[in-house]
Design a protein. Structure first.
Length: 274
């Protein structure tokens, strides 16, 4: 099992955020905003899922997961709080958070399902966040021109997502290990996650008046579809999840470890799983 440190990020999110905070780039700002808008509800769902998954285990098995789940919950709770602060600035700019509303409806509609399905959905989504996190740490230019506090926010979040990439997956394997259902849930999450983020990104661009600008779509094509862009560069890592013997730790997490080591002054440690 992994030791997960809970950290308090030492940045000030009280000051307003520019409309195109990501280097003046409309698409990059809208895309990252869409991700952030999904996080508070999503992080709460992940926390609830792993807590319930832990309870599902026989009492004799809970001990080996208890500390890591506590660390996972602590990290996700911190992410939820930070992105809620950031999202408040977006709301003040007039951006409507429809991705959150859709997620809440979906969670309510599926609340009756077996706890194993919720843990599987958490593991699947954590795979997405982990591969995006590693991509972002490999491509600091995706945040070029952003304020240092916002660069730090996204890179810290990425480092921790990479760090706890296997918690929900290991928990799912312990309570179910049903490969077919893991893949079914993963494919469902793929469609829903990508559709939701794209829809919110387009909504953000429409609301801020950047939708019809050629520069917006040129930037979007580069960010998502370039050879080393978010989508094309990660297809292979996405596909890895389909293998029966896949484990998240097969993917390199060294950039996360290095960022946390190099940027220790940006946070204080408030707890750890041990």
């Amino acid at each position: 099992m992994s030791e997960l440190v809970v950290r308090r990020l030492l940045i000030d999110l009280g000051a307003p955020v520019a409309k195109h905070w990501n280097g003046g780039d409309a698409f990059r700002s809208a895309f990252f905003n869409a991700l952030s808008m999904s996080f508070p509800v999503g992080e709460q769902y992940f926390m609830d899922s792993v807590r319930n998954g832990l309870k599902f285990l026989p009492e004799t098995e809970r001990g080996r997961f208890k500390a890591e789940v506590a660390g996972f919950v602590g990290q996700e709770a911190t992410h939820r709080r930070i992105h809620a602060l950031f999202n408040n600035h977006l709301a003040q700019q007039g951006l409507r958070n429809t991705i959150e509303r859709r997620a809440l409806k979906r969670i309510a509609a599926n609340a009756h399902r077996d706890v194993r399905m919720h843990v599987a959905a958490t593991a699947a989504t954590e795979h997405f966040t982990a591969i995006f996190a590693d991509w972002l740490l490999r491509h600091p230019e995706a945040l070029a021109g952003a304020e240092p506090r916002l660069q730090t926010m996204w890179q810290w979040h990425s480092a921790e997502e990479s760090e706890h990439r296997s918690t929900a997956f290991d928990l799912y394997q312990a309570i179910s290990a049903h490969h077919v259902w893991r893949l079914r849930v993963f494919r469902y999450v793929t469609v829903v996650f990508l559709a939701d983020v794209l829809r919110q990104t387009l909504s953000n661009l429409w609301q801020d008046g950047s939708f019809w600008r050629w520069s917006t779509w040129r930037s979007g094509a580069k960010l998502l579809l370039a050879r080393d862009g978010v989508i094309r560069a990660n297809v292979g890592l996405w596909r890895d999840y389909l293998a029966r013997d896949f484990h998240p730790r097969q993917h390199d997490a060294s950039l996360s470890q290095q960022w946390l080591k190099d940027n220790a002054a940006q946070f204080s440690v408030v707890g750890a799983a041990s």
